[in-house]
Structure formats: structure tokens, C-alpha cells
Design a protein. Structure first.
Length: 232
């Protein structure tokens, strides 16, 4: 009980800081909730990996429905009961814990004030073996959109005081093997709600209620394969 009250108090102050400092990210909680008095809390994910990046004009990976889409490729090495994805822009390092991947693009544009209205998708491919992760195979893969989100009230406000950051939680609830969170190659798709150029720094996080040793996340297939091989 004491532990639950402590967690509730911690998340309460995290929510307070969401209002006091729009550039602080709090605990990433799962879909499992518990009540401690008047407060309902999301039990924190056991495993969270963070990625700091930057996107600019003309660097989109694909145009979908008239929108410029960007991808972060993710290798999930084991069955996961749930995956959570959240993104905020501009990026923050305040409140972010290890492990964290810092892209070269972010290092170069860390001081940028640019940000965008985030819209995210969680997608699964038909690639289930890390040895099959090649540029050609990924290009020709079949991708299933498992879930998407825009404008989560659980996320910090952007500098314009709007809650235009995103968060989703997807679990193995449908019973459909075609949409299950099994071993394989996934991607986080992201863009802006409005059509046009997307520009700014961002923080992306993926969480799981169980430890998933060997998760890799990268902006390119080349970077992803380097991570899978343990290269820097």
C-alpha cells in the first residue's frame, strides 16, 4: 500500500510539472491502472526506450494520403502483451532515463525551436527474422497499421500551449494473430496533423510492461542493423 501511495504521489507531481514546464516528460504508464484515493494512475511500463531525433523539409520517407510521413524502425525480439508509443515535439531530455538513443540529426539541431503537431502510428510488417531486414525487403514488406493517435491529453503541452503531442497503447486483445505483438519488424510512423512540411526536434518512446532484451530502434534500416549487430 505504501508503494502504491508513493507511485501515486510521484505521478501526481509529474502531472503538476506537465503544467509548470511543458518541456518535461513524466513517467510512461501502461494501460493497467490502479486507484489510490482520488487519483487513478497508469502503472509504469517496465521497459522504456527513448529516441531523440530531428526532421526537416524534404526528408520524408513517404507521402501517404497527401501527408509527409517519417518512420522509426523498431525490432521487437519477443512476444509483448502490450506496446506503448508516445512522441513529443519539441524534444526534451528533462525526465528522460536510459536507455536513450540520440541521433546525429538531433545533435546538430538540438537548439532548434521548431516543433510540429505530432500524429503517430504503430505498424507491424511481415518480416519476422532479423536476417531478412534489408532495404529491399523492407521496401516490399506488407505493413499493418495496428493503432494511431493524435492529440493526447496525457502528454505535455507544446510551446503554443496546445496538447498536440501523441500517445497510444496497443495490446494483444483482439485475438487476431494477424495483429498480434509477436517477434518482428515494426515501425513508428509519424507526421503532422496538417498537410505540408514537418520540421522540428522530437522525442519518441516505446514502452512494454515486460522486459524485452534486444529491442532496437533507428531512423534507417542501416542504423537498425548496426544496433542488432552490436555496432556503434
Amino acid at each position: 500500500m505504501k508503494k502504491l501511495i508513493y507511485v501515486a504521489a510521484t505521478l501526481f507531481f509529474s502531472l503538476f510539472y506537465f503544467h509548470a514546464d511543458a518541456q518535461k516528460i513524466g513517467t510512461f504508464g501502461s494501460s493497467v491502472t490502479e486507484s489510490a484515493g482520488p487519483v487513478t494512475i497508469h502503472i509504469p511500463y517496465h521497459d522504456v526506450i527513448s529516441y531523440l531525433g530531428y526532421v526537416s523539409e524534404g526528408t520524408e520517407d513517404e507521402i501517404r494520403d497527401g501527408k509527409k510521413f517519417y518512420y522509426l524502425y523498431v525490432w521487437i525480439p519477443a512476444y509483448a502483451p502490450e506496446l506503448g508509443v508516445r512522441m513529443m515535439s519539441p524534444a526534451t531530455e528533462n525526465g528522460v532515463k536510459e536507455p536513450i538513443i540520440v541521433s546525429e540529426a538531433y545533435k546538430e539541431h538540438k537548439s532548434s525551436k521548431d516543433f510540429f503537431d505530432t500524429y503517430i502510428t504503430l505498424e507491424r510488417s511481415d518480416i519476422f527474422n532479423p536476417e531478412e531486414i534489408t532495404e529491399e525487403n523492407v521496401k516490399n514488406a506488407t505493413w499493418i497499421i495496428l493503432d494511431s493517435n493524435d492529440d493526447s491529453r496525457e502528454m505535455p503541452k507544446q510551446p503554443n500551449k496546445k496538447r498536440y503531442n501523441s500517445l497510444l497503447r496497443y495490446g494483444n486483445l483482439t485475438g487476431s494473430s494477424g495483429e498480434a505483438l509477436i517477434v518482428g519488424l515494426y515501425r513508428i510512423g509519424f507526421t503532422s496533423y496538417k498537410k505540408g512540411d514537418v520540421k522540428g526536434t522530437f522525442l519518441a518512446q516505446i514502452g512494454s510492461p515486460v522486459k524485452l532484451d534486444g529491442v532496437a530502434i533507428a531512423k534507417t534500416i542501416e542504423e537498425l542493423n548496426k544496433q542488432l549487430k552490436g555496432e556503434k
